[in-house]
Design a protein around this ligand. Structure first.
Ligand SMILES: Nc1ncnc2c1ncn2[C@@H]1O[C@H](COP(=O)(O)OP(=O)(O)OP(=O)(O)O)[C@@H](O)[C@H]1O
Length: 316
């Protein structure tokens, strides 16, 4: 999967979240969440189920009120300027919120009118968002006949009708087919290329690796790490070499610090001296006339970052 990293770092802040707290009864959903999002970037909020992603998104859009903390969206205060914010923010909730019996187009008319768009302007905007979601051909069919992925694309289309500056998507790919997922990814890349700021929540690491410039990892209602993908991988990613060799009952002792464990048919050698480890293994194999079946640098992943930070796997 291709990784997109922003080289044109914007210094403007589109969203600034400080010390958000929210409890539902005795469940502390958010315990002091803070992060900020650069204008024009795609920001990933990554965390397992129940980490607090949806609660954070709902506070950003004013659907849920925080117990404590502040949110500034596009320079506006959510506590005082809700209407101005709504005009500039598009929100795609995790749940699909469409009228099943209505056609895709009629659903969009409904949402467009809710935003106060009417007549020829609305018709033009509907064409625009149907094109962006590649669903023009199905515009007049009832949403009930759509796959989950197509419904999600229409849900996104509805959030784009008023041409927001900031788009918030809460786990938009849950339960969808790979084709719709690709459409959604392409759409996000294209919106970002047009200058839109995007906030994307997910529990799929591959998605933030593929789409996001900056990431906040959230767990148990707290942001446990924040930075660009390369920054997080550098700071917390596991650096290792993987080797499979015929004839090695045991690896030779390495002349530098490393942690060795069995993995599949070979060994995982965790060390910051990766080039040295490779050289050492090649030399040993050559001297002892052993056959190397596989020898590779293990690319650090967000999975290993999450494991390092929490001691648990994101996939659990
Ligand atoms: N309306 C609610 N009433 C009671 N508890 C809630 C409510 N909404 C969320 N919670 C709880 O708050 C915590 C955070 O939930 P939240 O939905 O924000 O997490 P999430 O990271 O979005 O997870 P998911 O991917 O499962 O939606 C969870 O323990 C959840 O059960």
């Amino acid at each position: 999967m291709q990784t997109i990293l922003d080289t044109r770092k914007s210094t403007e802040t589109a969203l600034d979240v400080r010390g958000l707290r929210k409890s539902y009864g005795n469940i502390a959903a958010l315990q002091g969440v803070s992060f900020s999002v650069r204008s024009g970037s795609c920001f990933g909020l990554l965390g397992p189920n129940g980490a607090g992603k949806s609660t954070t998104m709902k506070i950003l859009t004013g659907i849920v009120t925080a117990d404590a903390g502040t949110v500034r969206v596009l320079g506006l205060d959510t506590a005082k300027q809700q209407n101005a914010i709504r005009r500039q923010v598009g929100y795609v909730p995790q749940e699909i919120t469409l009228y099943e019996k209505l056609s895709a187009r009629d659903n969009l008319v409904f949402f467009g009118e809710m935003y106060g768009i009417r007549g020829s302007e609305l018709r033009q905007r509907i064409q625009e968002v149907l094109r962006a979601t590649a669903l023009e051909q199905r515009a007049y069919e009832p949403v009930a006949t759509f796959s989950v992925g197509m419904k999600r694309r229409i849900n996104i289309a509805a959030a784009l009708l008023h041409r927001p500056k900031l788009l918030i998507l809460d786990e938009p790919t849950v339960g969808i087919d790979p084709q719709s997922r690709n459409y959604i990814f392409e759409m996000i890349r294209s919106l970002r290329a047009q200058g839109m700021t995007i906030i994307y929540s997910t529990h799929y690491m591959e998605e933030v690796e593929a789409l996001c410039d900056d990431i906040a990892i959230i767990d148990h209602g707290r942001v446990i790490a924040q930075g660009s993908l390369s920054d997080l991988l550098d700071r917390f990613g596991k650096k290792a070499v993987y080797v499979e060799m015929d004839g090695f009952g045991q690896l030779p002792p390495f002349p530098f610090p490393c942690k060795i464990s069995r993995r599949d048919e070979g060994w995982m050698i965790e060390t910051k001296y990766r080039s040295e480890a490779m050289n050492f293994l090649l030399q040993n194999a050559f001297e002892q006339k052993l056959d190397i079946r596989a020898l590779e640098m293990v690319r650090p992943s967000l999975e290993s970052v999450f494991l390092e930070l929490t001691g648990t796997s994101l996939r659990d």
